[in-house]
Design a protein around this ligand. Sequence first.
Ligand SMILES: CC(C)(COP(=O)(O)OP(=O)(O)OC[C@H]1O[C@@H](n2cnc3c(N)ncnc32)[C@H](O)[C@@H]1OP(=O)(O)O)[C@@H](O)C(=O)NCCC(=O)NCCS
Length: 131
Amino acid sequence: MADVPMPEPYTPIPYEQWLSFDMKDPGLLPEAYAIAKDGAKYIGLSTVRRLDKEPHGFHQLLTGVRNDYRGKGIAYAMKLKVIEYAQKNGIQRIKTENATTNAPMLAINIKLGFKRQVGWIAFSKTLTQSP
Ligand SMILES: CC(C)(COP(=O)(O)OP(=O)(O)OC[C@H]1O[C@@H](n2cnc3c(N)ncnc32)[C@H](O)[C@@H]1OP(=O)(O)O)[C@@H](O)C(=O)NCCC(=O)NCCS
């Protein structure tokens, strides 16, 4: 998460918080996760959730690869595995979101056939202190 381009710098969260938000999410689909390993070492993951309002849809959230393993097609391969799982399980649509500055992720999603939809604009207003 620390490497995902965001409007604001990443704030690490405690492990327990991650467990309750991520692992106890009712939409969790661990069987659809793609996890990449090099021997015993975990090097990448691509996570998915059920879409509440879309029984035949997936929401693909974090895809991440350890820095020293990037540029070798690992993220692309993991996303392909998620698509393969979705196809075998009657899923008709996968949604995902990326920052416009995340060139590698945009390249992968476009190569996989994801179509661009509405964009979100990050706003910020600087408040100067009155004298
Ligand atoms: C995004 C991320 C998962 C990519 O992982 P990866 O294993 O290096 O990705 P791959 O090797 O499968 O593919 C990278 C693709 O991006 C392309 N790419 C890389 N930098 C690029 C750039 N600046 N401009 C355009 N394309 C670029 C590569 O050429 C490659 O495409 P190709 O196979 O057609 O050549 C990895 O950089 C990462 O973990 N980043 C931090 C987490 C993050 O931002 N995740 C996405 C938000 S969910």
